[in-house]
Design a protein around this ligand. Structure first.
Ligand SMILES: [Zn+2]
Length: 406
Protein backbone atom coordinates (compact mmCIF):
# COMPACT_ATOMS: atom_id res chain seq x y z
CA UNK A 1 0.00 0.00 0.00
CA UNK A 2 1.19 3.52 -0.81
CA UNK A 3 0.01 6.68 0.90
CA UNK A 4 0.08 9.61 -1.57
CA UNK A 5 0.18 12.92 0.33
CA UNK A 6 -0.46 16.40 -1.13
CA UNK A 7 -1.05 19.94 0.14
CA UNK A 8 -4.68 19.58 -0.93
CA UNK A 9 -6.73 16.60 -2.05
CA UNK A 10 -9.79 17.28 -4.25
CA UNK A 11 -11.95 14.13 -4.23
CA UNK A 12 -14.68 16.09 -6.15
CA UNK A 13 -17.71 14.21 -4.75
CA UNK A 14 -16.72 15.13 -1.18
CA UNK A 15 -15.11 18.27 0.32
CA UNK A 16 -11.43 19.15 -0.27
CA UNK A 17 -8.94 17.86 2.32
CA UNK A 18 -6.12 20.16 3.42
CA UNK A 19 -2.86 18.22 4.01
CA UNK A 20 -4.67 15.23 2.54
CA UNK A 21 -3.76 11.81 1.29
CA UNK A 22 -5.00 8.94 -0.86
CA UNK A 23 -4.20 5.38 0.15
CA UNK A 24 -3.61 3.14 -2.88
CA UNK A 25 -3.47 -0.64 -2.79
CA UNK A 26 -3.12 -2.46 -6.14
CA UNK A 27 -5.26 -0.73 -8.76
CA UNK A 28 -7.73 0.79 -6.27
CA UNK A 29 -8.09 3.66 -3.87
CA UNK A 30 -8.44 2.21 -0.36
CA UNK A 31 -9.05 5.42 1.57
CA UNK A 32 -9.13 9.23 1.21
CA UNK A 33 -8.62 11.58 4.15
CA UNK A 34 -6.26 13.65 6.25
CA UNK A 35 -2.64 12.56 5.88
CA UNK A 36 -2.05 12.33 9.64
CA UNK A 37 -5.14 10.18 10.19
CA UNK A 38 -4.34 7.78 7.36
CA UNK A 39 -0.68 7.46 8.40
CA UNK A 40 -1.75 6.57 11.94
CA UNK A 41 -4.29 4.02 10.69
CA UNK A 42 -1.89 2.48 8.12
CA UNK A 43 1.62 2.68 9.64
CA UNK A 44 3.00 0.04 7.26
CA UNK A 45 2.10 2.00 4.10
CA UNK A 46 4.95 3.63 2.18
CA UNK A 47 4.59 7.41 1.82
CA UNK A 48 4.98 9.39 -1.43
CA UNK A 49 4.84 13.13 -0.77
CA UNK A 50 3.64 15.16 -3.78
CA UNK A 51 4.43 18.42 -1.94
CA UNK A 52 2.74 21.72 -2.81
CA UNK A 53 0.25 20.27 -5.24
CA UNK A 54 -3.46 19.61 -5.61
CA UNK A 55 -4.08 15.88 -5.98
CA UNK A 56 -7.23 15.26 -8.03
CA UNK A 57 -8.78 12.56 -10.24
CA UNK A 58 -7.14 11.96 -13.62
CA UNK A 59 -8.88 13.83 -16.43
CA UNK A 60 -11.15 12.11 -18.97
CA UNK A 61 -11.20 13.24 -22.61
CA UNK A 62 -14.69 12.46 -23.89
CA UNK A 63 -14.00 12.89 -27.62
CA UNK A 64 -10.76 12.36 -29.49
CA UNK A 65 -9.40 10.96 -32.78
CA UNK A 66 -5.82 9.80 -32.10
CA UNK A 67 -5.45 8.86 -35.79
CA UNK A 68 -5.12 12.52 -36.76
CA UNK A 69 -2.50 13.76 -34.26
CA UNK A 70 0.06 14.11 -37.08
CA UNK A 71 -2.30 16.49 -38.91
CA UNK A 72 -1.66 19.30 -36.42
CA UNK A 73 -1.54 22.60 -38.32
CA UNK A 74 -2.06 20.84 -41.67
CA UNK A 75 -5.51 22.27 -42.37
CA UNK A 76 -5.91 26.03 -42.10
CA UNK A 77 -9.00 27.24 -40.26
CA UNK A 78 -11.71 29.28 -42.01
CA UNK A 79 -12.63 26.45 -44.35
CA UNK A 80 -16.28 25.48 -44.65
CA UNK A 81 -17.10 22.16 -42.97
CA UNK A 82 -17.47 20.22 -46.23
CA UNK A 83 -14.16 21.68 -47.52
CA UNK A 84 -12.52 20.58 -44.25
CA UNK A 85 -13.98 17.05 -44.68
CA UNK A 86 -12.62 16.93 -48.25
CA UNK A 87 -9.21 18.12 -47.08
CA UNK A 88 -8.96 15.57 -44.25
CA UNK A 89 -9.99 12.79 -46.64
CA UNK A 90 -7.21 13.90 -49.04
CA UNK A 91 -4.67 13.94 -46.19
CA UNK A 92 -5.80 10.49 -44.96
CA UNK A 93 -4.94 9.01 -48.33
CA UNK A 94 -1.35 10.29 -48.07
CA UNK A 95 -0.66 8.61 -44.70
CA UNK A 96 0.75 5.11 -44.24
CA UNK A 97 0.05 2.62 -41.46
CA UNK A 98 3.34 3.70 -39.86
CA UNK A 99 2.13 7.34 -39.88
CA UNK A 100 -1.10 6.35 -38.16
CA UNK A 101 0.72 4.28 -35.55
CA UNK A 102 3.01 7.24 -34.86
CA UNK A 103 -0.04 9.47 -34.67
CA UNK A 104 -1.80 7.25 -32.12
CA UNK A 105 1.34 6.82 -29.96
CA UNK A 106 2.12 10.56 -30.07
CA UNK A 107 -1.46 11.43 -29.17
CA UNK A 108 -1.52 9.04 -26.21
CA UNK A 109 1.77 10.52 -24.92
CA UNK A 110 0.46 14.08 -25.25
CA UNK A 111 -2.77 13.23 -23.44
CA UNK A 112 -0.82 11.63 -20.61
CA UNK A 113 1.62 14.54 -20.34
CA UNK A 114 -1.34 16.87 -19.75
CA UNK A 115 -3.02 14.73 -17.09
CA UNK A 116 -5.54 12.77 -19.13
CA UNK A 117 -5.80 9.25 -17.69
CA UNK A 118 -8.81 8.11 -19.75
CA UNK A 119 -9.65 8.83 -23.36
CA UNK A 120 -12.63 8.02 -25.55
CA UNK A 121 -10.94 7.58 -28.91
CA UNK A 122 -12.80 7.19 -32.21
CA UNK A 123 -10.74 4.71 -34.23
CA UNK A 124 -10.91 4.60 -38.02
CA UNK A 125 -8.27 1.87 -38.29
CA UNK A 126 -8.94 -0.70 -35.54
CA UNK A 127 -6.93 -3.24 -37.54
CA UNK A 128 -3.79 -1.30 -36.53
CA UNK A 129 -4.43 -1.95 -32.83
CA UNK A 130 -2.68 -5.35 -32.98
CA UNK A 131 0.56 -3.45 -33.71
CA UNK A 132 0.27 -1.15 -30.69
CA UNK A 133 1.87 -1.71 -27.29
CA UNK A 134 -0.61 -1.56 -24.37
CA UNK A 135 -1.51 2.15 -23.92
CA UNK A 136 -0.36 3.60 -20.60
CA UNK A 137 -3.62 5.47 -20.14
CA UNK A 138 -7.11 3.97 -20.02
CA UNK A 139 -8.38 3.96 -23.60
CA UNK A 140 -11.81 3.23 -25.02
CA UNK A 141 -11.53 2.41 -28.72
CA UNK A 142 -14.74 3.34 -30.52
CA UNK A 143 -14.95 1.60 -33.87
CA UNK A 144 -15.86 4.26 -36.41
CA UNK A 145 -18.61 3.00 -38.73
CA UNK A 146 -19.32 4.58 -42.12
CA UNK A 147 -21.45 2.95 -44.81
CA UNK A 148 -21.89 5.46 -47.60
CA UNK A 149 -20.25 2.95 -49.94
CA UNK A 150 -19.64 -0.31 -48.05
CA UNK A 151 -21.82 -2.49 -45.88
CA UNK A 152 -20.55 -3.04 -42.35
CA UNK A 153 -21.05 -6.35 -40.57
CA UNK A 154 -21.60 -5.27 -36.99
CA UNK A 155 -21.56 -8.80 -35.53
CA UNK A 156 -18.09 -9.48 -36.92
CA UNK A 157 -16.82 -6.18 -35.56
CA UNK A 158 -18.21 -6.87 -32.09
CA UNK A 159 -16.93 -10.46 -31.99
CA UNK A 160 -13.47 -9.30 -33.08
CA UNK A 161 -13.41 -6.59 -30.41
CA UNK A 162 -14.48 -8.95 -27.63
CA UNK A 163 -11.75 -11.46 -28.56
CA UNK A 164 -9.15 -8.69 -28.84
CA UNK A 165 -9.70 -7.50 -25.28
CA UNK A 166 -10.04 -11.02 -23.86
CA UNK A 167 -6.54 -11.71 -25.18
CA UNK A 168 -5.16 -8.46 -23.73
CA UNK A 169 -6.00 -8.25 -20.03
CA UNK A 170 -3.24 -5.63 -19.58
CA UNK A 171 -5.13 -3.13 -21.80
CA UNK A 172 -7.08 -0.77 -19.55
CA UNK A 173 -10.27 0.52 -21.10
CA UNK A 174 -12.43 -1.20 -23.65
CA UNK A 175 -14.28 -1.11 -26.92
CA UNK A 176 -17.24 0.93 -28.11
CA UNK A 177 -19.19 1.58 -31.28
CA UNK A 178 -19.38 4.82 -33.21
CA UNK A 179 -21.57 5.23 -36.26
CA UNK A 180 -19.75 8.32 -37.53
CA UNK A 181 -22.61 10.79 -38.16
CA UNK A 182 -26.11 10.73 -39.66
CA UNK A 183 -24.73 12.00 -42.98
CA UNK A 184 -22.16 9.17 -43.30
CA UNK A 185 -23.90 6.27 -41.52
CA UNK A 186 -27.28 4.89 -42.56
CA UNK A 187 -30.19 4.55 -40.14
CA UNK A 188 -29.83 0.75 -40.51
CA UNK A 189 -26.21 0.97 -39.40
CA UNK A 190 -27.20 3.08 -36.40
CA UNK A 191 -29.84 0.51 -35.46
CA UNK A 192 -27.37 -2.38 -35.75
CA UNK A 193 -24.85 -0.49 -33.61
CA UNK A 194 -27.51 0.40 -31.03
CA UNK A 195 -28.58 -3.23 -30.82
CA UNK A 196 -25.00 -4.48 -30.42
CA UNK A 197 -24.16 -1.79 -27.85
CA UNK A 198 -27.20 -2.77 -25.78
CA UNK A 199 -26.58 -6.50 -26.11
CA UNK A 200 -22.91 -6.35 -25.11
CA UNK A 201 -23.05 -3.35 -22.78
CA UNK A 202 -20.68 -1.37 -24.99
CA UNK A 203 -20.59 2.43 -24.95
CA UNK A 204 -21.94 4.15 -28.06
CA UNK A 205 -20.96 7.52 -29.45
CA UNK A 206 -21.68 9.52 -32.57
CA UNK A 207 -21.17 12.99 -34.08
CA UNK A 208 -24.40 14.96 -34.19
CA UNK A 209 -25.42 18.55 -34.90
CA UNK A 210 -21.84 19.57 -35.61
CA UNK A 211 -22.05 22.09 -38.47
CA UNK A 212 -24.59 24.46 -39.99
CA UNK A 213 -24.01 22.57 -43.25
CA UNK A 214 -25.25 19.36 -41.61
CA UNK A 215 -28.29 21.27 -40.32
CA UNK A 216 -29.02 22.68 -43.79
CA UNK A 217 -28.61 19.25 -45.38
CA UNK A 218 -31.22 17.60 -43.13
CA UNK A 219 -33.70 20.41 -42.58
CA UNK A 220 -33.59 22.16 -45.98
CA UNK A 221 -32.18 19.43 -48.23
CA UNK A 222 -29.61 21.89 -49.52
CA UNK A 223 -26.15 23.34 -49.01
CA UNK A 224 -22.52 22.35 -49.63
CA UNK A 225 -22.57 19.16 -47.52
CA UNK A 226 -25.77 18.04 -49.28
CA UNK A 227 -24.15 18.60 -52.69
CA UNK A 228 -20.88 16.90 -51.66
CA UNK A 229 -22.60 13.75 -50.34
CA UNK A 230 -25.11 13.58 -53.17
CA UNK A 231 -22.07 13.61 -55.46
CA UNK A 232 -20.68 10.59 -53.62
CA UNK A 233 -23.88 8.68 -54.32
CA UNK A 234 -25.45 8.87 -50.85
CA UNK A 235 -29.23 8.28 -50.79
CA UNK A 236 -30.46 11.80 -49.91
CA UNK A 237 -34.15 10.91 -49.43
CA UNK A 238 -33.83 11.54 -45.66
CA UNK A 239 -33.04 15.20 -46.29
CA UNK A 240 -35.46 18.12 -46.38
CA UNK A 241 -37.71 17.09 -43.50
CA UNK A 242 -36.60 17.54 -39.90
CA UNK A 243 -33.29 17.60 -38.07
CA UNK A 244 -30.90 14.65 -37.91
CA UNK A 245 -31.74 14.26 -34.22
CA UNK A 246 -35.43 13.92 -35.09
CA UNK A 247 -34.63 11.19 -37.64
CA UNK A 248 -32.50 9.28 -35.13
CA UNK A 249 -35.11 9.48 -32.37
CA UNK A 250 -37.96 8.50 -34.72
CA UNK A 251 -35.98 5.43 -35.88
CA UNK A 252 -35.05 4.52 -32.27
CA UNK A 253 -31.44 4.55 -33.44
CA UNK A 254 -29.82 5.88 -30.25
CA UNK A 255 -29.41 3.71 -27.15
CA UNK A 256 -30.00 5.24 -23.73
CA UNK A 257 -26.67 6.62 -22.59
CA UNK A 258 -25.51 7.45 -26.13
CA UNK A 259 -22.61 9.92 -26.06
CA UNK A 260 -23.43 12.69 -28.53
CA UNK A 261 -20.47 14.77 -29.68
CA UNK A 262 -20.99 18.44 -30.59
CA UNK A 263 -24.79 19.04 -30.44
CA UNK A 264 -24.24 22.64 -31.45
CA UNK A 265 -27.77 23.09 -32.74
CA UNK A 266 -31.09 22.55 -31.02
CA UNK A 267 -34.48 23.56 -32.45
CA UNK A 268 -37.64 24.07 -30.36
CA UNK A 269 -38.94 20.74 -31.80
CA UNK A 270 -35.71 18.98 -30.73
CA UNK A 271 -36.07 20.49 -27.27
CA UNK A 272 -39.65 19.24 -26.96
CA UNK A 273 -38.57 15.70 -27.92
CA UNK A 274 -35.58 15.70 -25.57
CA UNK A 275 -37.55 17.17 -22.65
CA UNK A 276 -39.36 13.81 -22.53
CA UNK A 277 -36.03 12.02 -22.06
CA UNK A 278 -34.14 14.13 -19.50
CA UNK A 279 -30.59 12.98 -18.94
CA UNK A 280 -30.87 10.10 -21.42
CA UNK A 281 -27.86 11.16 -23.44
CA UNK A 282 -24.42 12.49 -22.60
CA UNK A 283 -23.33 15.58 -24.53
CA UNK A 284 -19.71 16.34 -25.47
CA UNK A 285 -18.51 19.82 -26.29
CA UNK A 286 -15.08 20.46 -27.86
CA UNK A 287 -14.30 24.15 -27.13
CA UNK A 288 -11.13 24.59 -29.20
CA UNK A 289 -12.53 22.73 -32.22
CA UNK A 290 -15.66 24.88 -31.89
CA UNK A 291 -13.49 28.02 -31.98
CA UNK A 292 -11.43 26.63 -34.90
CA UNK A 293 -14.56 26.48 -37.05
CA UNK A 294 -15.75 29.89 -35.75
CA UNK A 295 -19.13 28.49 -34.71
CA UNK A 296 -21.97 30.29 -32.96
CA UNK A 297 -22.01 29.84 -29.17
CA UNK A 298 -22.53 26.27 -27.93
CA UNK A 299 -26.03 25.97 -26.34
CA UNK A 300 -24.66 24.95 -22.92
CA UNK A 301 -27.52 26.46 -20.91
CA UNK A 302 -30.10 24.59 -23.01
CA UNK A 303 -28.48 21.23 -22.34
CA UNK A 304 -28.18 21.96 -18.63
CA UNK A 305 -31.83 23.07 -18.48
CA UNK A 306 -32.95 19.87 -20.25
CA UNK A 307 -31.04 17.82 -17.67
CA UNK A 308 -28.16 16.60 -19.87
CA UNK A 309 -24.64 16.40 -18.52
CA UNK A 310 -21.98 18.04 -20.69
CA UNK A 311 -18.43 16.68 -20.91
CA UNK A 312 -15.45 18.19 -22.71
CA UNK A 313 -13.31 16.69 -25.44
CA UNK A 314 -10.40 17.81 -27.59
CA UNK A 315 -11.57 16.31 -30.88
CA UNK A 316 -8.46 15.82 -33.06
CA UNK A 317 -5.37 17.80 -34.05
CA UNK A 318 -6.95 18.18 -37.51
CA UNK A 319 -9.10 20.91 -35.90
CA UNK A 320 -7.21 21.69 -32.68
CA UNK A 321 -3.76 22.85 -31.57
CA UNK A 322 -3.30 20.05 -29.07
CA UNK A 323 -4.78 17.34 -26.87
CA UNK A 324 -4.77 19.25 -23.58
CA UNK A 325 -7.94 19.30 -21.47
CA UNK A 326 -6.64 22.21 -19.35
CA UNK A 327 -6.56 24.26 -22.56
CA UNK A 328 -10.15 23.14 -23.30
CA UNK A 329 -11.35 24.12 -19.81
CA UNK A 330 -9.70 27.54 -20.20
CA UNK A 331 -11.29 28.15 -23.62
CA UNK A 332 -14.69 27.12 -22.26
CA UNK A 333 -14.32 29.43 -19.25
CA UNK A 334 -13.32 32.41 -21.36
CA UNK A 335 -16.64 32.05 -23.17
CA UNK A 336 -18.62 31.37 -19.97
CA UNK A 337 -16.86 33.10 -17.07
CA UNK A 338 -19.90 32.68 -14.83
CA UNK A 339 -19.77 28.87 -14.85
CA UNK A 340 -18.00 27.92 -11.57
CA UNK A 341 -14.59 26.28 -11.88
CA UNK A 342 -15.86 23.24 -9.93
CA UNK A 343 -18.58 22.70 -12.57
CA UNK A 344 -16.00 22.96 -15.38
CA UNK A 345 -13.80 20.39 -13.64
CA UNK A 346 -16.78 18.00 -13.45
CA UNK A 347 -16.94 18.20 -17.27
CA UNK A 348 -13.54 16.45 -17.54
CA UNK A 349 -13.99 14.05 -14.61
CA UNK A 350 -17.36 13.04 -13.16
CA UNK A 351 -19.52 13.72 -16.22
CA UNK A 352 -17.47 11.66 -18.71
CA UNK A 353 -17.09 8.91 -16.08
CA UNK A 354 -20.89 8.74 -15.89
CA UNK A 355 -21.07 8.77 -19.70
CA UNK A 356 -18.86 5.66 -19.74
CA UNK A 357 -21.18 4.02 -17.21
CA UNK A 358 -18.46 4.16 -14.54
CA UNK A 359 -19.60 6.81 -12.06
CA UNK A 360 -17.65 6.52 -8.81
CA UNK A 361 -15.09 4.25 -10.50
CA UNK A 362 -13.38 6.96 -12.57
CA UNK A 363 -13.38 10.76 -12.27
CA UNK A 364 -13.54 10.77 -8.45
CA UNK A 365 -11.33 9.95 -5.51
CA UNK A 366 -13.20 7.62 -3.19
CA UNK A 367 -12.73 4.25 -1.53
CA UNK A 368 -13.05 1.51 -4.15
CA UNK A 369 -12.48 3.79 -7.17
CA UNK A 370 -9.72 3.09 -9.69
CA UNK A 371 -6.45 4.69 -8.61
CA UNK A 372 -6.21 7.24 -11.47
CA UNK A 373 -5.00 10.63 -10.21
CA UNK A 374 -2.81 13.61 -11.05
CA UNK A 375 -0.95 16.28 -9.06
CA UNK A 376 -1.07 19.92 -10.21
CA UNK A 377 1.15 22.69 -8.80
CA UNK A 378 -0.64 24.70 -6.13
CA UNK A 379 0.41 27.67 -4.06
CA UNK A 380 -2.84 29.48 -3.31
CA UNK A 381 -5.44 29.25 -0.54
CA UNK A 382 -7.94 26.43 -0.45
CA UNK A 383 -10.86 28.56 -1.70
CA UNK A 384 -9.04 28.97 -5.01
CA UNK A 385 -8.15 25.32 -5.58
CA UNK A 386 -10.73 24.64 -8.34
CA UNK A 387 -9.75 27.88 -10.02
CA UNK A 388 -6.05 26.98 -9.78
CA UNK A 389 -6.65 23.58 -11.38
CA UNK A 390 -8.81 24.90 -14.24
CA UNK A 391 -6.33 27.70 -14.97
CA UNK A 392 -3.27 25.42 -14.70
CA UNK A 393 -0.80 25.91 -17.57
CA UNK A 394 1.95 23.43 -16.78
CA UNK A 395 1.94 19.64 -17.18
CA UNK A 396 0.94 17.87 -13.95
CA UNK A 397 3.84 16.77 -11.76
CA UNK A 398 2.49 13.25 -11.35
CA UNK A 399 0.12 11.12 -13.45
CA UNK A 400 -0.98 7.78 -12.01
CA UNK A 401 -3.14 5.24 -13.83
CA UNK A 402 -4.51 2.10 -12.23
CA UNK A 403 -2.29 2.55 -9.19
CA UNK A 404 0.96 3.10 -11.12
CA UNK A 405 2.93 6.11 -12.28
CA UNK A 406 2.16 6.34 -16.02
ZN1 LIG B 1 -14.90 14.10 -33.80
Amino acid sequence: MILHRARLVLPLATPAVEDGAVLVGGDRIRAVGRFEDLRREHPAAAVTDHGETVLLPGLINAHCHLDYTVMRGAILPNLSFSSWVRRINDLKRTLSDADYLRSIAGGLAELQRWGTTTVLNIESFPELMVQLPPPRIRTWWFYEMIDIRNRIHTEEVVAGALTFFEERPDWHGGFGLSPHAPYTASMELYQLARHAAEQYGMPFTTHLGESDEEEAMFTAGAGPLFDFLAGLGRDMSDCGHGTALQHLLAANALPDGAILAHMNFVTPEDEALLARRPGTFAIVHCPNCHAYFGRDPFPYETWRRLGFRVSLGTDSCASNRGLNLFDEMQTFRRQRPKVPAAEVLDMVTRHPAAALGLPGQLGELRTGARADFICVDYAGPRADAFEAVVENRTPPRAVHVNGHSA
